[in-house]
Design a protein around this ligand. Structure first.
Ligand code: GLY
Length: 383
């Protein structure tokens, strides 16, 4: 028996129980975070205006559906497919509105529409996912060879900005290339990944969050600390987007440089994971305030487990051990398995300098659940 099997079986049992009642309670919602009483909000709430970027086109809206597809894959219960489609079908409305859609269509539609199509063959999901992939491809800047992030920052147009997070969005392009046999999608994904490899990963394996390019010439202008502590720092969730993101590119292309890039970012993380496994929001933040980010922790753990699956036997265990240290810290010290909160993973932080800190986020739960299934060897490849 695998040395982690007893523990992962126990956690999976708790996940099934918790998502069982949470999904029933939030049947028609697209949750992002919990309120002071532990109840999920609803980003699909009709009251939210279209020009708000935290409404139906909020970038995390795919993760609740993603959790439900993970549970569907595990339990084979039809009710999870039915509930997952609530988010997927509601988000289709974003195409009609168009304004406010962004590079995060990958985060929105990969764990919903692509997962649905892969698991059930739903043709409507295929059409939705291809539509999203074409919108993402349309954000490619061919001179700078990067996919443009966001639409605005602080009210300013930012046509030259690219961000590390987008390494996840491009999985939608790999899927579209494989599905349609049209290599254009893959070419865009790999050109973007190559640009990120050159401009975002420092020689020590730490990673920049935002790089600004001149959108006319493609030259690098500067970098920004973004959601991390500052320029030159190491936002932990960004480290996770890099480790796991380069593994996505490696799996879809087999290009050795992507595995090497993922390992560089991973080794930097492994050298900085605190003894107790609790991950700060930035590996280079000052001692106080000591903000944590359990969400970044789960993304890093998922990336480490992806590497473990792709390296020779002798190397595997070091990646798995590091991932387990993180996941056990979440399970034992940062998870709420009670009915006090709709969310499992606690102490997540969006950004070092912006409130709220130590809150809940559906995508933390998503990446925690996905990592546990991955460790148990019963995941399906969402990305
Ligand atoms: N993709 C934005 C974030 O990680 O907060």
């Amino acid at each position: 028996m695998d040395s982690y099997q007893a523990w992962t079986d126990e956690v999976i049992h708790r996940i099934r129980e918790k998502i069982g009642w949470v999904s029933e309670k939030n049947r028609d919602r697209i949750p992002y975070t919990t309120d002071a009483d532990g109840n999920y909000d609803d980003r699909g709430d009709q009251e939210r205006e279209w020009n708000q970027d935290d409404g139906l086109n909020w970038w995390t809206n795919g993760f609740w559906g993603g959790i439900l597809w993970l549970l569907y894959h595990d339990t084979k219960q039809e009710r999870y497919a039915e509930l997952a489609r609530v988010s997927e079908y509601r988000m289709e409305e974003c195409f009609e509105q168009f304004y406010g859609l962004h590079h995060d269509v990958g985060f929105m539609f990969q764990p919903t529409a692509v997962a649905d199509y892969r698991l059930t063959g739903n043709e409507r999901s295929r059409r939705t996912a291809l539509h999203a992939a074409n919108l993402l491809a349309g954000r490619f800047n061919p001179v700078g060879k990067f996919i443009r992030a966001w639409n605005q920052s602080d009210g300013q147009d930012v046509p030259g900005w690219a961000i590390i997070d987008c390494m996840f969005n491009i999985s939608l392009l790999y899927w579209a290339a494989e599905e349609t046999k049209d290599p254009r999608f893959r070419h865009i994904a790999t050109m973007h990944a190559d640009t990120v490899m050159e401009h975002f990963i420092r020689t020590d394996g730490s990673v920049k969050h935002i790089v600004e390019f001149n959108p006319e010439t493609g030259e690098e202008v500067r970098s920004y600390g973004g959601q991390g502590y500052g320029e030159g720092s190491s936002w932990t969730r960004g480290q996770g987007w890099a480790v796991y993101g380069f593994m996505i590119s490696y799996r879809h292309t087999g290009k050795q440089e992507y595995l090497d890039a993922a390992k560089r970012a991973a080794h930097y993380c492994m050298a900085n994971i605190p003894e107790d496994g609790i991950i700060p929001i930035d590996f280079r933040q000052p001692e106080e305030p000591a903000w944590e980010d359990s969400c970044g922790a789960c993304v890093i753990a998922g990336g480490l487990l992806e590497i473990a699956e792709c390296v020779p036997a002798l190397e595997k265990e070091s990646y798995r051990k590091a991932a387990v240290r993180i996941l056990k810290a979440i399970d034992q010290r940062r998870a709420d398995w009670t009915r006090d909160s709709d969310a499992i993973v606690q102490n997540c932080s969006g950004a070092y300098h912006n409130c709220p800190h130590h809150t809940t986020m559906t995508y933390a739960d998503y990446f925690f659940i996905e990592a546990i299934y991955k460790l148990r060897g019963v995941d399906f490849k969402v990305w």
